[in-house]
Design a protein around this ligand. Structure first.
Ligand code: MCA
Ligand code: AMP
Length: 468
């Protein structure tokens, strides 16, 4: 069973937990989860796919669990989604219903709204869908164009959680704490579904501030590097985490000074892990293994990795030679929805995913991520954002003649989204324009109006010159 801790027979027989999930001021026991989520399942039965506005709330937890119980694939829609991005997700995925809160503009693009009632109960018993059934479609940005729907099977999700549980000695005794969004792999698949599979207590802190992490008294904490950077910046909050068992960082590179700061203040060397929406998490340092600052660890059980050089051949694993990282894993996605062309580009004929990351591997199999191949895929606060998607929106504004969007190094966010614009629009107007159309977290932090963009002899914008 994918959500093993929500086995109705076991829960009915007494395997309950009064505070299995704590989120947004609400506590849900396992029997609350089974009863209310099954009641959601009853209302969506027969749908081919539904959308869920993935705010961090009990409603979202029940909507997600209900879909997984019913075997109805879902699209988690970003909590701060804008109109154009939402329309694309709904049209491309063919969603037949909308679960959870209504969007801020109350526009459901014609979809029926399916309410999620926290106090409703159904004790109908559903059979477990087959492992190759789709669990969810998660939209993610590429370098250009609109976000693509990553199709994730139940098998891939279960395999990833189990491999991470083995690597981190994660058990039902843990209390897992995080404050990350529930519309990406990190917060949703690992954090929430991991907890519902393993059977540990799950606490969502709301905004992942150092104080909220300190107060939560967990044993296992997840964060993106920005969260850990802020924790280290508040030493008292950081010291409160010394009673935890394990701190885990992922979604972007953890700066070495932040790793060292966590060791100094909490007494814990963080475990770092690496992955992508398409492959799920594939490489991690282990609870009982070496935790080397700046390195992301070893392939998880069942995962193979390789480095490919300029000539297409494999490069040695000597800890120094850089290559393009490719991974083959039982946790692989089933392709991009409606985009066989993009799927074919992302995969090698022998089943490896081309990560787009550049890496080294040492003789012991430890991986260090050196950077990304393309400057057009930005990681800001752990969010993956395509420069092309933002550029397309900005070019749709009448005050913009030319634009180049880049990720500029940032101590807090890793990269900060900056748009260089040739035109006569007000910077704040353009920032708001992007936030209205796309998810708000994709809006540039800064818009710089310039006379011209740097171009090479071919007329192509030289983004590297804008990134310092
Ligand atoms: C933000 N603000 C802005 C702008 N951006 N104001 C004006 N213009 C802007 N461009 C505002 C915010 O609304 C907020 O306002 C205030 O500035 C602070 O924002 P920020 O610094 O962004 O802090 P934050 O809102 O607290 O966000 C930082 C964060 C967030 C919590 C770390 O970036 C985050 O949740 N990241 C997680 C992403 C993630 O889960 N990625 C996983 C992808 P106000 O204070 O008024 O509200 S899955 C993945 O990568 C794989 C598989 C993996 O490996 O895990
Ligand atoms: P996403 O699909 O949002 O999960 O983004 C995947 C990308 O995040 C990867 O291809 C990497 O570029 C980056 N990433 C994830 N984890 C790490 C990490 N621990 N260190 C460096 N980059 C990471």
């Amino acid at each position: 069973m994918l959500l093993a801790s929500l086995n109705p027979a076991a829960v009915a027989a007494g395997a309950d937990l009064s505070d299995a999930v704590r989120i947004d001021g609400t506590s849900l026991s396992r029997s609350d989860l089974v009863g209310a989520a099954t009641s959601v399942a009853e209302r969506i039965g027969g749908a081919s796919l539904v959308a869920i506005l993935a705010k961090p709330s009990a409603t979202t937890v029940l909507a997600v669990a209900g879909c997984l119980i019913a075997g109805v694939p879902f699209v988690p829609v970003p909590a701060d989604v804008g109109a154009a991005e939402r329309r694309h997700m709904l049209t491309d995925s063919g969603a037949q219903g909308w679960l959870g809160e209504r969007p801020a503009d109350d526009d459901l693009d014609g979809l029926p709204h399916v309410p999620v009632r926290i106090h409703a109960r159904s004790w109908h018993r559903y059979g477990e869908p087959p492992p190759d059934a789709t669990a969810m479609v998660m939209y993610t940005s590429g370098t250009t164009g609109l976000p693509k729907g990553v199709v994730l099977s139940r098998r891939a999700v279960a395999a990833d959680i189990d491999a991470l549980a083995a690597a981190w000695q994660w058990t039902a005794e843990d209390t897992l704490v995080h404050g990350l969004p529930l519309f990406h792999v990190h917060g949703l698949v690992l954090g929430l579904l991991g907890s519902l599979r393993i059977g540990n207590r799950f606490v969502h802190t709301g905004r992942p501030s150092p104080a909220a992490y300190a107060e939560a008294a967990g044993s296992l904490y997840f964060g993106v590097p920005t969260v850990w950077t802020r924790v280290v910046g508040e030493p008292d909050a950081a010291r409160a985490l010394s009673s935890a068992r394990l701190l885990v960082s992922g979604s972007a590179a953890l700066p070495v000074p932040v790793f060292d700061g966590l060791v100094r203040l909490t007494g814990h060397a963080p475990v770092e892990r690496y992955g992508a929406t398409e492959s799920l998490i594939t490489v991690s340092t282990r609870f009982d293994g070496e935790r080397r600052p700046g390195w992301v660890g070893l392939p998880l059980d069942g995962v193979s990795t390789r480095l490919v050089g300029e000539d297409g051949g494999e490069v040695p694993h000597d800890g120094e030679t850089i290559g393009r990282l490719e991974v083959r894993t039982p946790t692989m996605f089933d392709g991009y929805l409606n985009r066989p062309d993009a799927t074919a580009d992302a995969m090698t004929p022998d089943g490896f995913y081309r990560t787009g990351d550049v890496s080294v591997i040492d003789a012991g199999g430890m991986h260090r991520i050196v950077g990304r191949e393309s400057v057009d895929l930005i990681k800001s606060g752990g969010y993956r954002v395509g420069a092309g998607e933002i550029e397309t929106v900005l070019l749709g504004h009448q005050g913009v003649a030319e634009v180049a969007v880049v990720g500029v190094p940032d101590d807090d966010l890793g990269q900060r989204i900056v748009a260089f614009v040739v035109g006569d629009a007000e910077p704040q107007v353009l920032i708001d324009f992007v936030a209205d159309q796309l998810s708000a977290h994709k809006r540039p932090r800064e818009v710089r109006i310039v006379d011209a963009l740097p171009r090479n002899a071919m007329g192509k914008v030289v983004k590297k010159e804008l990134m310092t």
